[in-house]
Design a protein around this ligand. Structure first.
Ligand code: HEM
Length: 544
Protein backbone atom coordinates (compact mmCIF):
# COMPACT_ATOMS: atom_id res chain seq x y z
CA UNK A 1 0.00 0.00 0.00
CA UNK A 2 1.53 3.31 -1.12
CA UNK A 3 0.18 6.60 0.18
CA UNK A 4 1.13 10.09 -0.92
CA UNK A 5 0.90 12.96 1.57
CA UNK A 6 0.94 16.51 0.19
CA UNK A 7 2.07 19.42 2.36
CA UNK A 8 2.15 23.14 1.70
CA UNK A 9 5.27 25.18 0.88
CA UNK A 10 3.56 28.48 1.76
CA UNK A 11 4.74 30.24 4.94
CA UNK A 12 3.11 33.72 4.94
CA UNK A 13 -0.11 34.21 6.88
CA UNK A 14 -1.69 36.67 4.43
CA UNK A 15 -0.75 40.27 5.19
CA UNK A 16 -0.34 39.74 8.94
CA UNK A 17 3.46 39.53 8.80
CA UNK A 18 3.12 36.24 10.72
CA UNK A 19 4.30 32.78 9.66
CA UNK A 20 2.10 29.86 8.71
CA UNK A 21 2.60 26.47 7.05
CA UNK A 22 1.35 22.97 7.78
CA UNK A 23 -0.16 21.90 11.11
CA UNK A 24 2.18 19.54 12.97
CA UNK A 25 -0.47 17.16 14.32
CA UNK A 26 -2.08 16.94 10.89
CA UNK A 27 1.18 15.67 9.45
CA UNK A 28 2.31 13.49 12.39
CA UNK A 29 -0.98 11.72 13.17
CA UNK A 30 -1.73 10.47 9.62
CA UNK A 31 1.93 9.80 8.87
CA UNK A 32 2.27 7.37 11.80
CA UNK A 33 -1.23 5.96 11.31
CA UNK A 34 -0.30 5.01 7.73
CA UNK A 35 3.13 3.72 8.70
CA UNK A 36 1.76 1.62 11.56
CA UNK A 37 -0.74 0.08 9.14
CA UNK A 38 2.19 -1.07 7.00
CA UNK A 39 1.85 1.58 4.26
CA UNK A 40 4.80 3.11 2.44
CA UNK A 41 4.43 6.89 2.73
CA UNK A 42 5.87 9.51 0.36
CA UNK A 43 5.62 13.18 1.30
CA UNK A 44 5.52 15.87 -1.38
CA UNK A 45 5.20 19.67 -1.42
CA UNK A 46 5.11 22.26 -4.21
CA UNK A 47 8.70 23.39 -3.66
CA UNK A 48 10.10 20.10 -2.33
CA UNK A 49 12.47 19.95 0.67
CA UNK A 50 11.47 21.03 4.18
CA UNK A 51 7.92 22.45 4.25
CA UNK A 52 7.22 25.34 6.65
CA UNK A 53 5.70 24.39 9.99
CA UNK A 54 2.92 26.61 11.35
CA UNK A 55 4.58 27.80 14.58
CA UNK A 56 1.21 27.94 16.37
CA UNK A 57 0.89 24.17 15.92
CA UNK A 58 4.19 23.65 17.71
CA UNK A 59 3.20 25.20 21.05
CA UNK A 60 2.95 22.94 24.13
CA UNK A 61 -0.88 22.89 23.81
CA UNK A 62 -0.60 21.67 20.22
CA UNK A 63 1.35 18.53 21.20
CA UNK A 64 -0.24 15.10 21.07
CA UNK A 65 1.04 11.54 21.45
CA UNK A 66 1.96 11.44 17.78
CA UNK A 67 3.63 14.87 17.57
CA UNK A 68 5.80 13.84 20.51
CA UNK A 69 6.66 10.62 18.71
CA UNK A 70 7.59 12.65 15.61
CA UNK A 71 9.89 14.87 17.65
CA UNK A 72 11.98 11.96 18.74
CA UNK A 73 11.95 10.04 15.46
CA UNK A 74 14.93 11.08 13.31
CA UNK A 75 13.72 8.93 10.38
CA UNK A 76 10.36 10.73 10.24
CA UNK A 77 12.12 14.09 10.53
CA UNK A 78 14.36 13.16 7.60
CA UNK A 79 11.30 12.28 5.47
CA UNK A 80 9.80 15.68 6.26
CA UNK A 81 13.04 17.54 5.54
CA UNK A 82 13.29 15.92 2.10
CA UNK A 83 9.80 16.10 0.62
CA UNK A 84 9.71 15.45 -3.11
CA UNK A 85 8.55 18.15 -5.54
CA UNK A 86 4.86 17.93 -6.28
CA UNK A 87 5.51 18.44 -10.00
CA UNK A 88 7.54 15.21 -10.02
CA UNK A 89 4.94 12.86 -8.52
CA UNK A 90 2.50 10.74 -10.51
CA UNK A 91 -0.85 9.56 -9.19
CA UNK A 92 -0.25 6.20 -10.88
CA UNK A 93 2.56 5.45 -8.38
CA UNK A 94 0.22 5.58 -5.36
CA UNK A 95 -2.96 4.02 -4.03
CA UNK A 96 -4.29 7.12 -2.27
CA UNK A 97 -3.48 10.73 -1.39
CA UNK A 98 -3.85 12.60 1.91
CA UNK A 99 -3.73 16.40 2.32
CA UNK A 100 -2.99 17.67 5.86
CA UNK A 101 -4.07 21.21 6.68
CA UNK A 102 -2.69 24.23 8.42
CA UNK A 103 -3.40 27.60 6.81
CA UNK A 104 -0.58 27.30 4.24
CA UNK A 105 -2.49 25.13 1.69
CA UNK A 106 -5.16 27.86 1.38
CA UNK A 107 -2.64 29.99 -0.50
CA UNK A 108 -0.51 27.62 -2.55
CA UNK A 109 -2.12 24.17 -2.93
CA UNK A 110 -5.62 25.57 -3.43
CA UNK A 111 -4.43 27.24 -6.66
CA UNK A 112 -1.55 24.93 -7.68
CA UNK A 113 -2.19 23.39 -11.15
CA UNK A 114 -0.04 20.34 -10.28
CA UNK A 115 -2.07 19.70 -7.15
CA UNK A 116 -5.40 20.16 -8.93
CA UNK A 117 -4.37 17.82 -11.76
CA UNK A 118 -2.99 15.29 -9.29
CA UNK A 119 -6.19 15.10 -7.23
CA UNK A 120 -8.22 14.74 -10.44
CA UNK A 121 -5.89 11.95 -11.61
CA UNK A 122 -6.31 10.05 -8.32
CA UNK A 123 -10.06 10.45 -8.33
CA UNK A 124 -10.53 9.58 -12.00
CA UNK A 125 -8.47 6.43 -11.45
CA UNK A 126 -10.95 5.35 -8.75
CA UNK A 127 -8.47 6.03 -5.93
CA UNK A 128 -9.47 7.59 -2.59
CA UNK A 129 -8.48 11.10 -1.57
CA UNK A 130 -8.52 12.64 1.90
CA UNK A 131 -8.18 16.21 3.15
CA UNK A 132 -8.36 17.46 6.72
CA UNK A 133 -9.02 20.84 8.38
CA UNK A 134 -8.09 23.60 5.87
CA UNK A 135 -7.02 21.07 3.25
CA UNK A 136 -10.57 20.52 1.95
CA UNK A 137 -9.97 24.05 0.59
CA UNK A 138 -7.48 22.53 -1.89
CA UNK A 139 -10.46 20.87 -3.56
CA UNK A 140 -12.09 24.16 -4.55
CA UNK A 141 -10.87 24.15 -8.16
CA UNK A 142 -10.85 20.35 -8.54
CA UNK A 143 -13.40 19.01 -11.01
CA UNK A 144 -14.96 15.64 -11.66
CA UNK A 145 -16.95 15.12 -14.84
CA UNK A 146 -17.05 18.87 -15.46
CA UNK A 147 -18.44 19.76 -12.03
CA UNK A 148 -16.80 20.74 -8.73
CA UNK A 149 -15.64 17.48 -7.15
CA UNK A 150 -17.44 18.28 -3.88
CA UNK A 151 -20.79 19.04 -5.57
CA UNK A 152 -23.54 16.85 -4.12
CA UNK A 153 -21.09 15.11 -1.79
CA UNK A 154 -21.15 15.02 1.99
CA UNK A 155 -18.09 16.94 3.13
CA UNK A 156 -16.64 18.74 6.12
CA UNK A 157 -13.71 21.06 6.76
CA UNK A 158 -12.53 23.86 9.07
CA UNK A 159 -15.69 25.66 10.20
CA UNK A 160 -16.39 29.39 10.02
CA UNK A 161 -16.62 29.29 13.82
CA UNK A 162 -13.18 27.71 14.16
CA UNK A 163 -11.70 30.35 11.79
CA UNK A 164 -13.35 33.06 13.87
CA UNK A 165 -11.97 31.53 17.07
CA UNK A 166 -8.41 31.85 15.71
CA UNK A 167 -9.16 35.42 14.48
CA UNK A 168 -8.31 34.72 10.85
CA UNK A 169 -11.69 35.14 9.15
CA UNK A 170 -10.51 38.31 7.40
CA UNK A 171 -7.04 36.94 6.62
CA UNK A 172 -7.68 33.67 4.76
CA UNK A 173 -8.30 33.86 0.96
CA UNK A 174 -11.66 32.14 1.52
CA UNK A 175 -13.53 30.36 4.30
CA UNK A 176 -13.46 26.56 3.89
CA UNK A 177 -17.02 26.08 5.15
CA UNK A 178 -18.50 28.82 2.93
CA UNK A 179 -16.56 27.69 -0.12
CA UNK A 180 -17.54 24.03 0.19
CA UNK A 181 -21.18 25.11 0.47
CA UNK A 182 -20.89 27.55 -2.48
CA UNK A 183 -19.56 24.71 -4.63
CA UNK A 184 -22.61 22.60 -3.84
CA UNK A 185 -20.99 20.36 -1.19
CA UNK A 186 -23.34 18.91 1.44
CA UNK A 187 -21.37 20.46 4.26
CA UNK A 188 -21.58 18.95 7.75
CA UNK A 189 -19.91 19.93 11.00
CA UNK A 190 -19.89 19.31 14.74
CA UNK A 191 -18.85 21.64 17.60
CA UNK A 192 -15.56 23.51 17.22
CA UNK A 193 -12.42 21.40 17.73
CA UNK A 194 -14.32 18.11 18.16
CA UNK A 195 -12.98 15.32 15.88
CA UNK A 196 -15.27 14.74 12.89
CA UNK A 197 -14.71 12.87 9.65
CA UNK A 198 -17.05 12.32 6.69
CA UNK A 199 -16.54 9.65 4.03
CA UNK A 200 -18.60 9.93 0.86
CA UNK A 201 -17.63 7.36 -1.75
CA UNK A 202 -13.88 7.70 -2.13
CA UNK A 203 -13.70 11.24 -0.73
CA UNK A 204 -12.71 11.65 2.94
CA UNK A 205 -12.78 15.03 4.68
CA UNK A 206 -12.02 15.95 8.29
CA UNK A 207 -13.07 19.07 10.20
CA UNK A 208 -10.05 20.15 12.23
CA UNK A 209 -6.63 19.08 13.59
CA UNK A 210 -8.23 16.62 16.02
CA UNK A 211 -9.77 14.83 13.01
CA UNK A 212 -6.47 14.00 11.35
CA UNK A 213 -5.90 10.55 12.91
CA UNK A 214 -9.47 9.44 12.27
CA UNK A 215 -9.27 10.94 8.76
CA UNK A 216 -6.24 8.77 8.06
CA UNK A 217 -8.04 5.74 9.52
CA UNK A 218 -11.03 6.43 7.25
CA UNK A 219 -8.72 6.53 4.22
CA UNK A 220 -7.12 3.23 5.26
CA UNK A 221 -10.58 1.70 5.60
CA UNK A 222 -11.35 2.60 1.98
CA UNK A 223 -8.06 1.04 0.87
CA UNK A 224 -8.48 -2.21 2.77
CA UNK A 225 -11.98 -2.60 4.19
CA UNK A 226 -11.17 -5.94 5.84
CA UNK A 227 -7.89 -4.87 7.47
CA UNK A 228 -7.41 -5.36 11.19
CA UNK A 229 -7.58 -1.69 12.16
CA UNK A 230 -6.83 -0.31 15.65
CA UNK A 231 -10.55 0.43 16.01
CA UNK A 232 -11.45 -3.20 15.25
CA UNK A 233 -8.85 -4.40 17.77
CA UNK A 234 -10.28 -2.19 20.49
CA UNK A 235 -13.82 -3.23 19.55
CA UNK A 236 -12.71 -6.79 20.19
CA UNK A 237 -11.38 -5.95 23.66
CA UNK A 238 -14.74 -4.29 24.36
CA UNK A 239 -16.57 -7.34 23.03
CA UNK A 240 -14.60 -9.57 25.43
CA UNK A 241 -14.52 -7.40 28.53
CA UNK A 242 -17.36 -4.91 28.06
CA UNK A 243 -16.94 -1.13 27.97
CA UNK A 244 -15.72 0.30 31.27
CA UNK A 245 -15.98 4.04 30.84
CA UNK A 246 -12.68 5.88 31.24
CA UNK A 247 -10.56 2.75 31.69
CA UNK A 248 -7.87 1.19 29.51
CA UNK A 249 -9.38 -1.39 27.16
CA UNK A 250 -6.72 -3.86 28.26
CA UNK A 251 -4.76 -3.91 31.51
CA UNK A 252 -7.63 -1.90 32.99
CA UNK A 253 -6.86 -2.62 36.66
CA UNK A 254 -3.76 -0.83 37.78
CA UNK A 255 -1.84 1.37 40.16
CA UNK A 256 0.59 4.23 39.53
CA UNK A 257 4.17 4.24 40.80
CA UNK A 258 7.19 6.46 40.38
CA UNK A 259 10.89 6.46 41.09
CA UNK A 260 14.09 6.63 39.08
CA UNK A 261 16.51 4.70 36.93
CA UNK A 262 20.24 4.73 37.68
CA UNK A 263 22.16 3.93 34.53
CA UNK A 264 25.59 2.41 35.10
CA UNK A 265 26.81 3.48 31.63
CA UNK A 266 27.23 -0.07 30.29
CA UNK A 267 24.38 0.36 27.80
CA UNK A 268 26.26 3.09 25.92
CA UNK A 269 28.17 0.51 23.91
CA UNK A 270 24.86 -0.78 22.52
CA UNK A 271 22.78 2.38 22.18
CA UNK A 272 23.41 6.10 22.05
CA UNK A 273 20.04 6.66 23.79
CA UNK A 274 20.59 9.27 26.51
CA UNK A 275 18.94 6.97 29.06
CA UNK A 276 22.07 4.79 29.05
CA UNK A 277 24.55 7.56 29.83
CA UNK A 278 25.69 7.19 33.43
CA UNK A 279 23.31 9.00 35.78
CA UNK A 280 19.77 9.09 37.07
CA UNK A 281 16.50 9.76 35.21
CA UNK A 282 13.00 10.03 36.73
CA UNK A 283 10.53 7.25 36.00
CA UNK A 284 6.72 7.07 36.11
CA UNK A 285 5.15 3.61 35.97
CA UNK A 286 1.99 1.59 36.30
CA UNK A 287 1.50 -1.96 37.54
CA UNK A 288 -1.49 -3.69 36.03
CA UNK A 289 -3.36 -6.92 35.48
CA UNK A 290 -4.16 -8.22 32.01
CA UNK A 291 -7.74 -7.87 30.79
CA UNK A 292 -10.21 -5.07 30.35
CA UNK A 293 -12.01 -5.55 33.71
CA UNK A 294 -11.05 -2.72 36.10
CA UNK A 295 -12.58 -4.52 39.10
CA UNK A 296 -11.45 -8.09 38.50
CA UNK A 297 -10.20 -9.89 41.61
CA UNK A 298 -6.42 -10.32 41.82
CA UNK A 299 -5.28 -13.82 40.92
CA UNK A 300 -1.77 -15.17 40.88
CA UNK A 301 -2.09 -16.56 37.36
CA UNK A 302 -3.43 -13.40 35.71
CA UNK A 303 -0.79 -11.85 33.48
CA UNK A 304 0.91 -8.92 35.26
CA UNK A 305 2.05 -5.79 33.49
CA UNK A 306 4.42 -2.94 34.19
CA UNK A 307 4.41 0.19 32.03
CA UNK A 308 7.35 2.57 32.41
CA UNK A 309 8.20 6.03 31.18
CA UNK A 310 11.80 7.21 31.49
CA UNK A 311 12.09 11.02 31.17
CA UNK A 312 15.48 11.76 29.63
CA UNK A 313 17.45 14.92 30.39
CA UNK A 314 17.33 15.98 26.70
CA UNK A 315 13.50 16.07 26.75
CA UNK A 316 12.97 12.71 25.05
CA UNK A 317 10.96 9.95 26.70
CA UNK A 318 11.29 6.19 26.50
CA UNK A 319 8.14 4.18 27.14
CA UNK A 320 7.89 0.43 27.47
CA UNK A 321 5.12 -1.89 28.65
CA UNK A 322 6.31 -5.27 29.89
CA UNK A 323 4.66 -8.47 31.11
CA UNK A 324 5.58 -11.33 33.40
CA UNK A 325 5.55 -14.01 30.70
CA UNK A 326 8.71 -14.86 28.78
CA UNK A 327 6.93 -15.18 25.41
CA UNK A 328 3.90 -13.70 23.68
CA UNK A 329 1.43 -16.55 23.06
CA UNK A 330 1.16 -15.88 19.30
CA UNK A 331 3.37 -14.58 16.52
CA UNK A 332 1.13 -12.04 14.75
CA UNK A 333 -1.49 -9.42 15.66
CA UNK A 334 -4.07 -11.24 13.52
CA UNK A 335 -3.68 -14.46 15.50
CA UNK A 336 -3.82 -12.51 18.77
CA UNK A 337 -7.09 -10.93 17.63
CA UNK A 338 -8.49 -14.37 16.91
CA UNK A 339 -7.15 -15.79 20.18
CA UNK A 340 -8.84 -13.11 22.28
CA UNK A 341 -12.24 -14.37 21.15
CA UNK A 342 -11.34 -18.07 21.38
CA UNK A 343 -10.18 -17.61 25.01
CA UNK A 344 -13.10 -15.37 26.04
CA UNK A 345 -14.32 -16.48 29.46
CA UNK A 346 -17.80 -17.95 29.55
CA UNK A 347 -19.63 -15.96 32.28
CA UNK A 348 -21.28 -19.20 33.53
CA UNK A 349 -18.05 -21.14 34.15
CA UNK A 350 -15.47 -18.34 34.40
CA UNK A 351 -13.41 -20.39 31.93
CA UNK A 352 -12.91 -20.26 28.15
CA UNK A 353 -15.15 -22.52 26.10
CA UNK A 354 -13.05 -25.70 25.54
CA UNK A 355 -14.51 -26.20 22.06
CA UNK A 356 -13.43 -22.70 20.99
CA UNK A 357 -9.96 -23.20 22.45
CA UNK A 358 -9.62 -26.56 20.72
CA UNK A 359 -10.68 -25.10 17.36
CA UNK A 360 -8.18 -22.24 17.79
CA UNK A 361 -5.37 -24.64 18.68
CA UNK A 362 -6.16 -26.78 15.67
CA UNK A 363 -5.89 -23.72 13.45
CA UNK A 364 -2.67 -22.60 15.16
CA UNK A 365 -0.95 -25.72 16.52
CA UNK A 366 2.33 -23.84 17.10
CA UNK A 367 0.66 -21.86 19.90
CA UNK A 368 0.17 -24.99 22.03
CA UNK A 369 3.90 -25.40 22.70
CA UNK A 370 4.32 -21.68 23.36
CA UNK A 371 1.55 -21.78 25.94
CA UNK A 372 3.21 -24.75 27.65
CA UNK A 373 6.48 -22.80 27.93
CA UNK A 374 4.64 -19.79 29.30
CA UNK A 375 2.66 -21.70 31.92
CA UNK A 376 5.67 -23.79 32.98
CA UNK A 377 7.23 -20.68 34.54
CA UNK A 378 6.49 -20.54 38.28
CA UNK A 379 4.46 -17.46 39.27
CA UNK A 380 6.03 -15.07 41.76
CA UNK A 381 4.09 -14.27 44.93
CA UNK A 382 3.65 -10.56 44.19
CA UNK A 383 4.41 -7.73 41.80
CA UNK A 384 7.63 -6.89 43.63
CA UNK A 385 9.43 -10.18 42.97
CA UNK A 386 8.17 -10.60 39.41
CA UNK A 387 10.43 -10.61 36.34
CA UNK A 388 9.00 -8.42 33.57
CA UNK A 389 9.75 -9.05 29.89
CA UNK A 390 9.66 -6.52 27.06
CA UNK A 391 9.09 -9.47 24.68
CA UNK A 392 9.29 -7.64 21.35
CA UNK A 393 12.72 -7.23 19.75
CA UNK A 394 14.06 -3.72 19.10
CA UNK A 395 17.15 -2.36 17.38
CA UNK A 396 19.74 -0.36 19.29
CA UNK A 397 22.19 1.94 17.48
CA UNK A 398 25.33 3.16 19.22
CA UNK A 399 27.34 6.34 18.57
CA UNK A 400 29.45 4.50 15.96
CA UNK A 401 26.29 3.57 14.05
CA UNK A 402 26.41 -0.15 14.91
CA UNK A 403 22.96 -1.70 15.05
CA UNK A 404 22.19 -4.54 17.45
CA UNK A 405 18.96 -6.52 17.86
CA UNK A 406 17.94 -6.55 21.53
CA UNK A 407 15.21 -7.48 23.94
CA UNK A 408 14.99 -6.36 27.56
CA UNK A 409 13.81 -7.68 30.88
CA UNK A 410 13.56 -6.38 34.45
CA UNK A 411 14.95 -8.78 37.06
CA UNK A 412 13.65 -8.14 40.57
CA UNK A 413 16.12 -7.57 43.39
CA UNK A 414 13.42 -8.72 45.84
CA UNK A 415 13.78 -12.48 46.54
CA UNK A 416 11.60 -14.89 44.58
CA UNK A 417 8.80 -16.72 46.36
CA UNK A 418 6.29 -18.93 44.62
CA UNK A 419 2.72 -17.68 44.49
CA UNK A 420 0.26 -19.30 46.85
CA UNK A 421 -3.49 -19.58 46.35
CA UNK A 422 -5.34 -16.28 45.96
CA UNK A 423 -6.18 -14.44 49.16
CA UNK A 424 -9.69 -13.51 50.28
CA UNK A 425 -8.77 -9.88 49.69
CA UNK A 426 -9.72 -9.32 46.05
CA UNK A 427 -7.03 -6.64 45.72
CA UNK A 428 -4.32 -8.54 47.61
CA UNK A 429 -1.59 -8.16 44.96
CA UNK A 430 -2.01 -4.39 44.83
CA UNK A 431 -2.42 -4.00 48.61
CA UNK A 432 0.78 -5.94 49.15
CA UNK A 433 2.58 -3.80 46.56
CA UNK A 434 1.47 -0.64 48.40
CA UNK A 435 2.64 -2.01 51.73
CA UNK A 436 6.00 -3.08 50.29
CA UNK A 437 6.73 0.29 48.68
CA UNK A 438 5.79 2.10 51.90
CA UNK A 439 8.24 -0.13 53.77
CA UNK A 440 11.12 0.25 51.34
CA UNK A 441 11.70 1.01 47.65
CA UNK A 442 11.43 -1.88 45.20
CA UNK A 443 14.30 -2.46 42.78
CA UNK A 444 14.85 -4.23 39.48
CA UNK A 445 17.92 -4.61 37.29
CA UNK A 446 17.34 -3.64 33.68
CA UNK A 447 18.93 -6.34 31.56
CA UNK A 448 19.44 -5.95 27.82
CA UNK A 449 19.60 -9.27 25.96
CA UNK A 450 21.86 -9.00 22.94
CA UNK A 451 20.70 -10.87 19.84
CA UNK A 452 22.99 -12.45 17.29
CA UNK A 453 22.60 -12.34 13.52
CA UNK A 454 19.89 -14.82 12.60
CA UNK A 455 17.98 -14.52 15.88
CA UNK A 456 14.36 -13.92 14.88
CA UNK A 457 13.27 -10.36 15.58
CA UNK A 458 9.83 -10.52 13.97
CA UNK A 459 8.22 -13.09 16.26
CA UNK A 460 7.59 -12.40 19.99
CA UNK A 461 6.46 -16.01 20.49
CA UNK A 462 9.99 -17.32 19.91
CA UNK A 463 12.67 -16.84 22.56
CA UNK A 464 16.36 -16.42 21.74
CA UNK A 465 18.89 -19.06 22.81
CA UNK A 466 19.56 -18.92 26.54
CA UNK A 467 23.27 -18.24 26.08
CA UNK A 468 22.76 -14.78 24.57
CA UNK A 469 24.77 -12.07 26.31
CA UNK A 470 22.84 -10.29 29.06
CA UNK A 471 24.01 -6.76 29.81
CA UNK A 472 23.04 -5.20 33.13
CA UNK A 473 22.54 -1.53 32.21
CA UNK A 474 21.28 -0.14 35.51
CA UNK A 475 18.79 -0.26 38.35
CA UNK A 476 15.15 0.76 38.44
CA UNK A 477 13.94 1.98 41.83
CA UNK A 478 10.24 2.48 42.51
CA UNK A 479 9.76 4.34 45.78
CA UNK A 480 6.35 5.99 45.44
CA UNK A 481 2.92 4.61 44.84
CA UNK A 482 -0.17 6.56 43.77
CA UNK A 483 -3.77 5.58 43.07
CA UNK A 484 -4.81 6.00 39.43
CA UNK A 485 -6.94 9.03 40.34
CA UNK A 486 -3.77 10.90 41.33
CA UNK A 487 -1.06 9.31 39.22
CA UNK A 488 0.42 10.87 36.08
CA UNK A 489 0.66 7.30 34.72
CA UNK A 490 -3.11 7.22 34.16
CA UNK A 491 -2.85 9.59 31.21
CA UNK A 492 0.32 8.08 29.78
CA UNK A 493 0.08 5.72 26.82
CA UNK A 494 2.86 3.18 27.38
CA UNK A 495 3.32 3.11 23.65
CA UNK A 496 6.12 0.76 22.58
CA UNK A 497 7.02 3.12 19.73
CA UNK A 498 7.76 6.05 22.00
CA UNK A 499 11.50 5.51 21.70
CA UNK A 500 14.43 7.90 22.09
CA UNK A 501 17.06 8.29 19.34
CA UNK A 502 19.31 5.22 19.55
CA UNK A 503 16.38 2.80 19.80
CA UNK A 504 14.11 1.71 16.94
CA UNK A 505 11.46 -0.95 16.41
CA UNK A 506 12.46 -4.24 14.79
CA UNK A 507 10.46 -5.85 11.99
CA UNK A 508 8.08 -7.39 14.59
CA UNK A 509 4.56 -6.55 13.30
CA UNK A 510 3.15 -6.77 16.83
CA UNK A 511 4.97 -3.58 17.88
CA UNK A 512 3.28 -1.32 15.32
CA UNK A 513 -0.15 -2.80 15.95
CA UNK A 514 0.32 -2.38 19.71
CA UNK A 515 1.25 1.25 19.26
CA UNK A 516 -1.80 2.07 17.14
CA UNK A 517 -4.14 0.05 19.40
CA UNK A 518 -2.86 1.81 22.54
CA UNK A 519 -3.49 5.21 20.92
CA UNK A 520 -7.02 4.11 19.95
CA UNK A 521 -7.69 2.85 23.49
CA UNK A 522 -6.42 6.14 24.89
CA UNK A 523 -8.55 8.20 22.49
CA UNK A 524 -11.66 6.36 23.65
CA UNK A 525 -10.91 6.39 27.37
CA UNK A 526 -9.70 10.01 27.44
CA UNK A 527 -13.09 11.24 26.23
CA UNK A 528 -15.15 9.32 28.81
CA UNK A 529 -16.19 9.94 32.42
CA UNK A 530 -14.30 7.59 34.74
CA UNK A 531 -15.55 5.63 37.72
CA UNK A 532 -13.15 5.38 40.68
CA UNK A 533 -10.44 2.75 40.23
CA UNK A 534 -10.48 -0.47 42.29
CA UNK A 535 -7.43 0.69 44.22
CA UNK A 536 -8.40 4.01 45.78
CA UNK A 537 -6.32 6.87 47.19
CA UNK A 538 -7.53 5.68 50.63
CA UNK A 539 -6.04 2.21 49.98
CA UNK A 540 -2.73 3.83 49.15
CA UNK A 541 -2.82 6.01 52.27
CA UNK A 542 -3.68 3.07 54.48
CA UNK A 543 -0.36 1.47 53.71
CA UNK A 544 1.65 4.54 54.73
C1 HEM B 1 -1.12 -7.00 19.17
C2 HEM B 1 -0.76 -7.13 20.44
C3 HEM B 1 -1.31 -6.28 21.55
C4 HEM B 1 -2.44 -5.51 21.64
C5 HEM B 1 -3.50 -5.27 20.57
C6 HEM B 1 -2.45 -4.90 22.95
C7 HEM B 1 -3.43 -4.03 23.41
C8 HEM B 1 -3.35 -3.28 24.56
C9 HEM B 1 -4.22 -2.17 24.91
C10 HEM B 1 -5.39 -1.70 24.10
C11 HEM B 1 -3.79 -1.64 26.08
C12 HEM B 1 -4.36 -0.42 26.82
C13 HEM B 1 -3.59 0.82 26.36
C14 HEM B 1 -4.04 2.14 26.95
O1 HEM B 1 -5.25 2.44 27.02
O2 HEM B 1 -3.15 2.95 27.35
C15 HEM B 1 -2.67 -2.43 26.50
C16 HEM B 1 -1.97 -2.22 27.64
C17 HEM B 1 -0.86 -2.96 28.00
N1 HEM B 1 -0.22 -3.92 27.24
FE1 HEM B 1 -0.76 -4.60 25.44
N2 HEM B 1 -1.33 -5.30 23.65
C18 HEM B 1 -0.61 -6.14 22.82
C19 HEM B 1 0.57 -6.75 23.11
C20 HEM B 1 1.27 -6.61 24.28
C21 HEM B 1 2.56 -7.17 24.57
C22 HEM B 1 3.41 -8.01 23.60
C23 HEM B 1 2.89 -6.78 25.83
C24 HEM B 1 4.14 -7.05 26.64
C25 HEM B 1 5.35 -6.94 26.18
C26 HEM B 1 1.82 -5.95 26.33
C27 HEM B 1 1.76 -5.34 27.57
C28 HEM B 1 0.85 -4.40 27.98
C29 HEM B 1 0.89 -3.71 29.26
C30 HEM B 1 1.89 -3.92 30.38
C31 HEM B 1 -0.17 -2.82 29.26
C32 HEM B 1 -0.55 -1.85 30.37
C33 HEM B 1 0.22 -0.57 30.21
C34 HEM B 1 -0.37 0.52 31.08
O3 HEM B 1 -0.33 0.39 32.30
O4 HEM B 1 -0.86 1.50 30.47
N3 HEM B 1 0.85 -5.85 25.37
N4 HEM B 1 -2.41 -3.41 25.56
Amino acid sequence: MKILMVLTSHDKLGNTGRKTGFWLEEFAAPYFTFLDAGAAVTVASPKGGQPPLDPVSDTPEGQTELTRRFKQDPAAQAVLANTVRLGDVKASDYDAVFYPGGHGPMWDLAEDPHSIALIEAFYNAGKPIAAVCHAPGVLHRVQFQGQPIVKGKRVTGFTNGEEEAVHLTKVVPFLVEDELKRLGGLYEKVANWVPFVVTDGRLVTGQNPASSRSGAAALLKLLSPDALTPARFIDRFEQIHGVHSGFRRNHAKGLGVSGFFDSNGTGVRLSKAAVFEPGRVPVIGRFSLDGGQPNQPDRSDTRRGLGLQFALANGEVWRTAMINFPLFPVRTPEIFYERLLAFKHDPATGQPDPAQVKAFEERHPETVEVLKTITAEPQASGFGNTTFHGLNAFLFTNAAGTRTPVRWILKPMQPFETATAASLDKNYLFHELIAQIHRQPLRWRLIVIVGKPGDPTNDPSIGWPADREQVDVGTLTLDRVEAEELSAATDIIFNPLMLPAGMAPSDDPVIRVRSAAYVESFTRRAGEPKEPSAITPADVKKGE
